[in-house]
Design a protein around this ligand. Structure first.
Ligand code: HEM
Length: 296
């Protein structure tokens, strides 16, 4: 069995059936990607390039794919649920007035964050965009991206690992201390709420070196454990025992979407793009993600 995601430091035995479930969801996801790309092609049609805020499209993409998978032909119903959840996330964030740790109902929005940040970073680093596109053409040619092929995208995987390091969509892990606990030199009394910022951890210069804040996917060329030198310094999907069970699904979706986009378009940042990540339950681009799309 091929594991779908080598950004993940662990796999869990009890969830071993999940890659098979994930594989079964690919056709629905492929259909939703194709629809999104057809819309973009319509916009770029007869123009050298077109400015587009990709954020709302990627938001729709994941809700449609999940709705198709979960609700089948009545997927409009599923879409409505996602719209209500988005509104609920805004209200919860307002109520908390601060960082809030995602619960299971927010999980699907994390994929959108991963995709949009990847598009922004590949716009800023065109050399990596070219390398990823070459790999996608090499692995799939003009065939539909499939499960096996997606698992063999090494450059694309390195890029996603680096995106997840710099911009972890779930910005922090939260824990409640139920009984007095000693952590290193610290004694934490019962009742304390702990929040571990993944961004701080994953950009720590002591753990990652002086170039910790730079986008360098080559760090992951020999996998996660080599990049972290065996330390617990990278956990975009959390850590045992509560590690994300949707990580393979999320990575596969993100790879499929990126592969399909890279085959049709090249993209650069639009002059109207404003870099303003903020947190509404998860990390999000506050003013959208405006890119200039060129049809290949
Ligand atoms: C890029 C996408 C995703 C990211 C970055 C992500 C991240 C995370 C993180 C950091 C945790 C640990 C939370 C904690 O320890 O408090 C987690 C847990 C979890 N995730 Fe994800 N997730 C993603 C996508 C998904 C998807 C698509 C699903 C569902 C199919 C999912 C289902 C879950 C569940 C059920 C847990 C709780 C596991 C447990 O408590 O045993 N996640 N995720």
């Amino acid at each position: 069995m091929v594991m779908a995601n080598s950004c993940a430091p662990h796999s869990i035995e009890k969830y071993s059936q999940i890659p098979y479930l994930t594989q079964g969801m690919l056709p629905a996801f492929n259909m939703s990607c194709s629809e999104m790309i057809a819309k973009w092609e319509g916009m770029v049609f007869q123009k050298a390039s077109c400015e587009l805020d990709v954020w709302p499209y990627l938001q729709t993409l994941s809700s449609e794919a999940i709705s198709r998978t979960a609700f089948g032909s009545s997927y409009e119903e599923g879409r409505l649920i996602f719209e209500l959840q988005t509104a609920q996330a805004e209200l919860a964030a307002q109520a908390a007035q601060s960082l809030y740790i995602p619960g299971s109902r927010w999980k699907f929005s994390l994929f959108r964050v991963l995709s949009v940040v990847t598009m922004v970073l590949l716009s800023k680093y065109p050399d990596w965009q070219v390398r990823a596109r070459e790999e996608v053409f090499h692995v799939f040619g003009n065939n539909k991206p499939d499960f096996e092929g997606l698992n063999h995208l090494k450059i694309v995987n390195m890029i996603f690992c680096e995106v997840l390091r710099l911009y972890p969509p779930a910005v922090a892990l939260g824990r409640t201390i139920y009984e007095e606990t000693k952590v290193g030199e610290m004694c934490l009394p019962a009742g304390v709420l702990l929040s571990l910022s993944l961004m701080v951890l994953q950009q720590d210069t002591e753990l990652w070196g002086d170039d910790a804040k730079e986008f360098k996917p080559e760090r992951f060329s020999e996998g996660v454990s080599k990049a972290t030198k065996g330390q617990v310094s990278y956990c975009p999907f959390g850590w045992v025992p509560r590690i994300c069970i949707g990580q393979n699904f999320a990575m596969l979706e993100a790879k499929m979407a990126l592969a399909m986009i890279l085959r049709r378009f090249s993209f650069t940042l639009s002059p109207s793009y404003a870099h303003a990540p903020h947190t509404v339950i998860t990390l999000q681009p506050q003013y959208g993600a405006h890119v200039m799309l060129q049809k290949l």
